[in-house]
Write a protein that binds this ligand. Structure first.
Ligand code: ACM
Ligand code: ZN
Length: 549
């Protein structure tokens, strides 16, 4: 069959703006296009360090995906690509400071991330209120590009894109206790989060199976508490007989904080307490109710060992750890864990029972005294962290003993905890297992996947999540839902390739939950857009699950 091709059709490849997550508005005129070729320029305000960095990112991404090498040409009003902060637009256009008719308003803090892209005969303009918006715009342009060497350049149909995220909190989590991942890998993980428009990385740093945060005042904590004698493998109760360890120095954490900030991601560190902490008890057995001996846990399940709430040294320990955590991580939010705290030790510990008496705690039928004891610890820690200008986040068990004043609830055992907290006027992050636990199997047929912790969470289910639960929360209560987070626990995930296999494409789906309005979402349409994103993953060497249910 003979197909007549114009030279453009033969050589130039064409951009497609229908990306993931889908922008709020894309108006494209496919009859007209701008052609981008090597040697053209990218203009930006060189006095603005962030805009300059974003221009560099864009230059690198375009070359990586298309082979087109652009020049950095700050201040050149005729450059093919122009990065513009709204305030710096020409006065003649009657654009007031930080106002642009192109930029959508958005909800609260999300408005700062608004951006617009216009493509016309003069080239490609990225508009934003803040440099973060330029970064989001550059990511959108990156994801729109055709992939593969484009020697004759690429054509970009004329368009006007306007976008702003739905939620201000768009998170992803990684457990680096059950398995340790290098800082280089974590940088790659952050790059993938940024590609999806995420702005929060919840870093689970400590658990029974390994303490991974250096505390300078307590050097043995990471040196010894990070190493378990061996690890269980698979599901058959077998152990590998190999010591396993690794921890992050404070310098490495700071380096990661810097790297994340350049990609507009905040790192929320989590030190899980008062349970999930046997790794620390193995180093300081005096902090446990029984006095030990304890071990860095080798199996990949839970532990009944907890910090002794009646021992005054426990709060001293926690303040030392969280104090250093605050020195390293500038995050406004600090995660104090609080999940799955068995109360058996506290019930039989004379020191804990004495503390309950001293505090005058009584079972009110809703909150047991042991649950209230946990709340007391949370209060103490919250006061300590508030003094340092931080707010606490806790897993939804923190509701069980009565929520602290300003605590933020991370609702993981379904959405009920989040609903209850929002009804009480507390801020909430939704991360229910049924939609957001990416350690679950993603295909029904287990034999086609690596061994996982179990259960079943297909991409389609993640995609269907609606975090505002409008049938249970009033409009006002919905305002307390800050956003949504994907969680990736690593009991059964030991290698980088496996992390990405579990993450993708479910994070693609969750990114639309985080970014898009419900009326924009359509799973069939999402799947068609995913085809291109998978090509991008192939090009930049990111693994993902090839099958989808
Ligand atoms: C959790 O998954 N234990 C918060
Ligand atoms: Zn105790």
């Amino acid at each position: 069959m003979l197909i007549m091709c114009t030279p453009l059709m033969l050589w130039a490849q064409t951009a497609d703006y229908r990306i993931i997550p889908l922008p709020k508005s894309v108006e494209t005129d496919t009859t007209k296009a701008f052609t981008l070729t090597s040697g053209m320029g990218i203009a930006y305000d060189a006095a603005d360090a962030e805009a300059s960095r974003n221009a560099l990112f864009l230059q690198q991404w375009i070359e990586e995906l298309t082979g087109i090498r652009l020049q950095l040409t700050p201040g050149n009003k005729k450059a093919a690509i122009r990065l513009q902060i709204a305030a710096s637009q020409p006065k003649g256009k009657r654009v007031r400071k930080n106002k642009s008719p192109l930029l959508l308003e958005g909800n609260g803090e999300a408005a700062e991330e608004a951006y617009a892209i216009t493509v016309d005969a003069t080239g490609i303009v990225l508009h934003a209120r803040k440099p973060v918006g330029l970064f989001r715009a550059a990511q959108t342009l990156r994801k729109s590009l055709p992939i593969g060497e484009a020697k004759a350049g690429i054509t970009l149909p004329f368009t006007r894109i306007q976008d702003v995220p739905r939620f201000s909190y768009r998170g992803a989590h990684l457990d680096t206790s059950r398995h340790f991942f290098t800082v280089d890998f974590l940088k790659q993980y952050l790059d993938v989060l940024a590609l999806h428009g995420c702005n929060q990385f919840h870093w689970h740093l400590t658990d029974n199976q390994g303490w991974r945060f250096e505390v300078k005042a307590l050097p043995d904590l990471a040196l010894k508490g990070s190493v378990r004698k061996q690890s269980h493998i698979g599901r058959a109760g077998l152990y590998d007989g190999q010591p396993y360890g690794g921890y992050y120095t404070q310098d490495e954490c700071r380096e990661l904080v810097r790297y994340a900030a350049e990609r507009y991601i905040n790192i929320i560190p989590e030190i899980d307490m008062p349970a999930h902490i046997e790794s620390a008890l193995s180093v300081y057995p005096n902090l446990g109710c029984t006095g030990g001996p304890y071990n860095v846990v080798q199996h990949l399940g839970g532990s009944s060992e907890v910090l002794c709430a009646g021992n005054p040294e426990t709060m001293t320990f926690l303040k030392t750890v969280f104090g250093e955590l605050c020195d390293v991580f500038p995050s406004k939010f600090i995660h104090i864990g609080g999940d799955e705290c068995p109360k058996s030790r506290w019930k039989s510990c004379p020191k804990c029972q004495a503390r309950i008496k001293e505090l005058g705690l009584v079972d009110d039928g809703k909150h047991s005294v042991e649950n209230q004891l946990q709340s007391w610890m949370n209060h103490e820690l919250e006061a300590f962290l508030n003094e340092r200008g931080r707010d606490i986040i806790g897993w939804d068990e923190v509701l069980e003993g009565g929520l602290t004043e300003g605590g933020i609830v991370m609702s993981w055992r379904g959405t009920d905890g989040g609903i209850e907290a929002a009804q009480q006027g507390h801020r909430v992050i939704m991360t229910p297992t049924d939609y957001c636990y990416l350690d679950y199997y993603q295909l029904r047929d287990h034999d086609r996947q690596p061994v996982s912790i179990g259960y079943y969470l297909p991409v389609s289910k993640s995609y269907s999540f609606e975090p505002l639960v409008p049938d249970k929360l009033s409009d006002e209560e919905q305002q307390y839902i800050l956003g949504v987070q994907a969680n990736l626990w690593t009991e059964y995930v030991a290698w980088p390739q496996h992390v990405f296999y579990m993450l993708l494409p479910r994070l693609d789906a969750i990114s639309e939950v985080q970014w898009c309005r419900p009326d924009q979402k359509d799973f069939e349409d999402f799947k068609t857009r995913l085809v291109h994103l998978r090509q991008l993953y192939d090009r930049i060497g990111i693994n993902y699950c090839r099958d989808m249910e």
